[in-house]
Every structure is written in C-alpha cells, then in structure tokens.
Write a protein that binds this ligand. Structure first.
Ligand code: XIL
Length: 338
C-alpha cells in the first residue's frame, strides 16, 4: 500500500520500535512490522518469569527462538526486563515461613538471586541486544519529596528483601558482565511509566544522577546507568508539555533517553468515535513533534504493540493501527506530526 514508512520518516532521528510476541514474526504482521519498524522488544518473552521460572532453571528456548528470528529479519532487539515487581517468580525474593506466609528472603539470598538472574541473562544474550531495561517501574507514582528518591522507591519485593540499594546492585551486576566484554555495545536502562508526572520524573532524575555520580568516583568518565526509558503509556488527558519537561530533565542527566512503550488510550469498550480518533491522532502528532525536536538526544521510540486488537489495552484502542491493521488518524499523527 501507499502509506509512508514510520522508520523511513524518522531514519535520521531515532530507531522506531514495536513490542512483539512470536506470532507477530510471520505473515502480514511481519510484513507490516518490517515496513515501519527497525527494533523489537519482546512484550513478555524475556521477563523474569519466562526466563527463570524456578531457581537455576533458565528456560531460554522460546526467547532465543524469538530473538534469533527478530535478528534474522533484520531488526535490532531491545531486552525487557531484568528486575521488576511483576511477571517475576516469587522465589526470587520471597519465601514461605512456617505459618505459610510469604516473607522476604534475607538480603544475602535475594542479592544472590538478583545478581545471578541479571548476570546469566545479560551474558546469554550478549551483543544480540542493543540495550536492557535493567530495572523496570522501581519508583512510586507522584512521590511527595522527589529529591529523597530512596523514600520514593516502590516497596517492591526486591526493595523489601534487599533495601534501597537493590537499584544500584542491579545495575552493578549488569555492568560487571558488560565490563568483561568490551566489544559488546549494550546500554543499560532504567525504565518507568507515569513519566509525565513531574514529581515522579524528578525522583528518577535524582536517582540516576546520584548513582551515576557515585559510580564515576571510582570509574572516572563512565556511566553506571546509560539511559532512561520513558514508557509513555498515555491517555487523552496527558499534557504534552509535561512529557517534554520530563524528557528535557532526563536529557540533562547526560544519558540516553528512549521512549519505550508508547500508546495512548482513547475511547472505551473497543469503540472509537471519529472525533476521539482525530483527537488521539493530534496527541500522537504533538508527541512526535516533541520527539523530533529532541531527536539528537533520543535513541529509540517504541510503540507498545502493532494494532488495537492485540494491544494489552485493547478496549481503549491505543495504537496507530486498528484491529484490521488499517492506519488510524494516530498513524497520520506519527508520520506527519506538523
Ligand atoms: C504488558 C504486556 O504487554 C502484556 O501482554 C502483559 O500481560 C502485561 O505486561 N509496563 C511494562 C510492560 O513494562 O512489560 C507491560 O507489558 C506494560 C506495562
């Protein structure tokens, strides 16, 4: 068909990504992905529950098949995700006590599990990925005092077992692997949502700043955290000015910034009126205007799924293609932002 190609439009600006499962890597879905995108994220296949369901039992087969297929089709691959409070097996950081209650593992045991998972997975995929989300969604929403970022950390099972330095420990473990392979080019990201909330983006800013400054004292000129990922799960009330403020704040850290999981919820019950579809298109256009303006500091913009029918938020029609893979006004917003 005669649609513009998203990746061609942004060829000089940033990589353009999508989130996929194995069934997207064939037929017309693969054709559409190849036309518009050049980097893939596994929507689920590389999460902790998929890669190490039980202790020491690394189940790489399905993810390996997907990654190898993605690379053989000419895409790059981004790794998602090493440390998260969801889609992670309980044994990683909790145990069951004598009364049958789930309690945190000891700091030592949890740290060992954290490090083993990260090091094994980063080593396994090596240079096949361009980057990893090392820690995903580690910050509370709308923290009251963002400069006290440790107090703003989500009280996740990892936090409960290890304490606030689980964050630094996670990046150090991944960094150790990369240091042992200086020929690999893999960037380490912190990734989170509600990135347009100013208090939350400030807390992330202070965290990355402090951890990178501390690391640079012993590793002059080197970064511990290479990048910040803005998930960008937005809705029709999202204010693009807040998105830009957060983006500029992250850029000011001197790290890479990527938009990692973009979608914009609109309508409901799988219905989208023409009016709302146009408004959604306009919001996509405003966002891509901002991304283009800051393109020199944005590495990748990834849209979270190919079409409304298979989106994780399907009922709210959040993507540029509808369930029949037809381009919506949101698509026009992406390719013709101004
Ligand atoms: C979502 C997937 O798209 C769904 O298929 C799954 O059921 C739940 O997770 N933030 C993230 C992603 O970092 O991993 C999530 O992906 C969406 C929110």
């Amino acid at each position: 068909n005669d649609l513009k190609s998203i990746k061609d439009v942004y060829k000089k600006d940033f990589l353009i990504g999508n989130a996929i499962a194995a069934e997207d890597m064939e037929g017309i879905r693969l054709d559409l992905l190849k036309k518009h995108f050049n980097v893939m994220t596994a929507g689920n296949a590389m999460k902790p529950d998929a890669l190490q369901p039980t202790k020491g039992n690394f189940t790489f087969a399905d993810a390996d098949k997907l990654v190898d297929k993605v690379l053989s089709e000419g895409f790059k691959m981004h790794g998602h995700t090493l440390v998260w409070h969801q889609q992670s097996p309980a044994w990683l950081n909790t145990k069951v006590d004598a009364s049958g209650n789930s309690i945190p593992l000891s700091r030592e045991e949890a740290l060992t599990n954290l490090r083993t998972h990260i090091k094994t997975v980063v080593e396994h995929y090596g240079n096949k990925v361009i980057s990893w989300d090392v820690v995903n969604e580690g910050m509370n929403d709308n923290p009251t005092n963002p400069s006290d970022w440790k107090a703003a950390l989500r009280q996740s099972p990892w936090y409960q077992a290890i304490g606030p330095d689980y964050m630094e420990q996670a990046f150090l473990a991944a960094r150790e692997v990369l240091d042992a392979h200086p020929n690999w080019d893999v960037k380490l990201y912190y990734n989170d949502y509600n990135d347009d909330n100013q208090n939350k983006s400030k807390a992330i800013y202070y965290m990355v700043k402090e951890l990178n400054e501390k690391y640079a004292k012993t590793h002059p000129g080197k970064l511990l955290i290479d990048g910040v990922g803005m998930q960008a799960h937005y809705n029709m009330s999202t204010n693009p000015s807040n998105v830009e403020l957060s983006l500029e704040r992250f850029i000011s850290l001197g790290v890479e910034v990527s938009i990692t999981e973009l979608d914009v919820q609109a309508g409901s019950d799988f219905k989208l009126t023409d009016e709302v579809a146009d408004a959604q298109g306009y919001l996509y256009a405003q966002l891509f205007d901002i991304y283009k303006k800051h393109a020199a500091n944005i590495s990748r913009v990834t849209i979270w799924g190919l079409d409304d029918g298979t989106s994780w938020r399907s009922s709210t029609n959040p993507l540029p293609f509808d369930k029949n893979l037809q381009a919506k006004p949101a698509f026009t917003g992406v390719v013709d932002p101004t």
